[in-house]
Ligand binder design. Structure first.
Ligand code: ADP
Ligand code: MG
Length: 412
């Protein structure tokens, strides 16, 4: 845990860069400092590895004031990545990455072997190993910078606007790599950006800095979106934060309704001229395999009108509403389904039932209303619709009936 205790910094000349910052940065998580330029983000970051000393207060790592630790020793445990990368131009990619381990006394040969493995970790082809930095794209250079910071395997990684100089497409790729890497490595990462989208995408904890070098709010992305602490945070996050909140609101609390199901194998048999079509009572039936996993939909219109089953009555595929998925994903599932109903599955992929598009839209409205009520009140629950939806869900389950194993029908 990195702790800021009443930390202030006034630079010589009188610029007050940081004022009274109190902060707990959790171990093994990715914490993002975000805010407009000049709010003291870089200054705070550099106080962690003593590139800047506080004017007041203290910074502690695992309870130890960093001022009591020799700066060179301290920095050995702290990787540092900056926007302009700072690669050595006359060293190859491999030797750039191997620099710190070699300084630490590891043989050059072994350091190079480990550097080659790191290339792969950060998503670079081995063919770049013997190139010089100038022969790489901006995105590739940035990856080398990350690899170099990781080479000494430091528990803490400080990253100052590392992706700000690359174009948006490459930037998204680098963010993806960062998320994958962090899932593997579990470092304590402090990441500075001015980009709120990048912060919300990457951060386990997002710390919003405001002018004057103060921390306006430190919270998880979903909390920040649902309950911005003040007008500054609300404005910085943006007016469409209700829509952004959608991608964080959990679809697991949507009211799931029972759906008539038909055994997919039985339908395939009928199409092959074996057996007879099941009795169909509603327009759409969900096709499930032997493990009750959804396979697609059966359009029962023709069958109900008395004509034989046809191949095009069967609509295969479709996206699913998965546990832990988002409302946005649930809406995609519902809107892309031929029946207009999204199919909800459990963690094993077995069909739980359906959620009509309208029910997803209602949940979205409730999430949006909860977000705006919460932001107006300055506090409140993150996802206000959960209780109501959970009740609906329970009611739906109570109403469920297990009938004919081939065709299940429940009140709708
Ligand atoms: P951010 O990273 O949020 O853009 P900084 O921490 O770099 O903010 O800067 C905060 C304030 O401190 C700014 O007003 C900046 O001009 C000032 N500042 C930063 N570094 C120095 C320095 N070495 N000397 C004097 N003023 C500085
Ligand atoms: Mg900065």
């Amino acid at each position: 845990m990195i702790s800021f205790r009443s930390v202030g910094k006034t630079y010589p000349g009188g610029t007050r860069a940081v004022a009274g910052v109190d902060l707990e940065i959790p171990t093994g998580k990715l914490t993002v400092f975000v805010g407009p330029s000049g709010c003291g983000k870089t200054t705070c970051l550099r106080m962690i590895n003593r590139m800047v000393e506080p004017s007041s207060g203290s910074v502690l790592i695992d309870g130890v004031d960093v001022r009591t630790v020799d700066a060179a020793r301290l920095r050995r445990g702290i990787g540092y990545v900056i926007q302009s990368v700072g690669l050595f131009p006359h060293r190859t990619v491999l030797d750039n990455i191997a620099t710190v381990p070699v300084l630490q006394g590891i043989s050059r040969r072994r350091a190079r072997v480990e550097a080659a493995a790191l290339l792969d970790r950060v998503g670079l082809e081995s063919s770049v190993a013997h190139r010089y930095p100038a022969q790489l794209s901006g995105g590739q250079q940035q990856r080398v910078g990350v690899a170099r910071a990781l080479a000494a395997d430091p528990p803490v990684l400080l990253m100052d606007e590392p992706f700000s100089a690359v174009d948006p497409v490459v930037r998204t790729q680098l963010q993806d790599e960062m998320l994958r890497l962090q899932a593997e490595l579990g470092k304590t990462v402090v990441f500075v950006t001015h980009d709120i989208d990048e912060a919300l995408r990457l951060g386990d904890l997002v710390v919003v800095f405001a002018p004057g070098g103060r921390v306006a709010q430190a919270a998880e992305p979903a909390t920040l979106l649902a309950s911005p602490a003040d007008d500054f945070v609300a404005g910085f996050i943006g007016h469409d934060r209700g829509y952004r909140a959608l991608s964080f609101a959990d679809a697991g609390t949507l009211p799931v309704r029972q759906v008539p199901t038909v055994d997919f194998d039985a339908i395939l048999a009928v199409l092959n001229g074996e057996g007879s079509a099941p009795a169909i009572t509603s327009r759409w039936s969900l096709l499930v395999d032997g493990d009750h996993r959804p396979q697609g939909w059966l359009d029962g219109d023709g069958l109900r009108a008395g004509r034989p089953l046809r191949r095009d009555d069967v609509r295969l595929g479709g996206t699913l509403i998965r546990p832990g998925g988002t409302l946005r994903a649930a809406l995609d599932a519902a809107l892309s389904s031929p029946s207009g109903d999204g199919v909800a599955v459990d963690a094993d992929g077995r069909a739980l039932g359906i959620v009509p598009a309208q029910a997803v839209l209602d949940a979205i409205e409730r999430a949006r209303a909860a977000a705006s009520v919460a932001s107006a009140a300055g506090d409140g629950p993150v996802v206000g619709f959960a209780t109501q939806a959970a009740e609906d869900d329970a009611a739906a389950r109570r109403a469920s009936t297990a009938a004919d194993p081939a065709v299940q029908e429940a009140p709708r």
